[in-house]
Write a protein that binds this ligand. Structure first.
Ligand SMILES: [Cu+2]
Length: 188
């Protein structure tokens, strides 16, 4: 009886061992796939602007002055950031974008007269001439924050990255300014 049962136990143990090995293989396969996915998804992040700043970066040639962000009116779909950009270099520099965690979409906008009305439109870039300055101000160039987070009105400053043509970035801390209704300024 004993002799007869022993091989069965051994065989069962063998099956268990085999299935443990198989499970390990499956786990390794999943881990490999997981890390491969992580690697692939991290590739665009490595190429992201934040890592590209060097001494010669365009971002380092730009001095930002008078930067602020407008308080967003209740239920508004957008608000805007304004500032003056000074180019200290001998070459034209282009602002090509901006980003912040507090808005879904960030665009560079300008204004033009259309049918007797001021209308804003998106532009791909703003040229900051060599040794010159450009003002982003209500009714002119502005950085449009579309679908801003409600948090904007509850914080004192908003972090915003300016992105230049060479992919270099400059991180700004913009104070949040209340809207002055008496001034009748253009909203953006
Ligand atoms: Cu706009």
């Amino acid at each position: 009886m004993k002799n007869h049962r022993l091989p069965q136990v051994n065989s069962l143990a063998h099956v268990q061992e085999h299935s443990v090995q198989l499970n390990r293989k499956v786990v390794y396969l999943f881990l490999s796939l997981f890390f491969l996915t992580l690697l692939i998804s991290s590739l665009p992040a490595q190429a992201s602007p934040a890592n590209k700043n060097t001494e010669q970066s365009q971002a380092n040639r730009i001095i930002v002055e008078g930067e602020y962000i407008r308080e967003s009116p209740p239920g508004a779909y957008a608000t805007a950031a304004f500032m003056t950009l000074h180019n200290t270099s001998n070459q034209d520099i282009y602002l090509v974008g901006a980003k912040t965690n507090l808005a879904k979409i960030v665009e560079i906008h300008a204004h033009r007269f259309e049918n007797g009305m001021m209308k804003m439109f998106q532009v791909p870039e703003i040229k900051i001439p060599a040794k010159g300055s450009i003002a982003l101000q209500p009714g002119g160039y502005h950085i449009m924050l579309i679908e801003p987070s409600a948090t904007i009105n509850q914080v004192k400053t908003v972090s915003l990255d300016l992105i230049f043509k060479d992919h270099s970035t400059q991180l700004l801390s913009l104070p949040v300014k209340k809207r002055n209704m008496k001034l009748r300024e253009p909203p953006y």
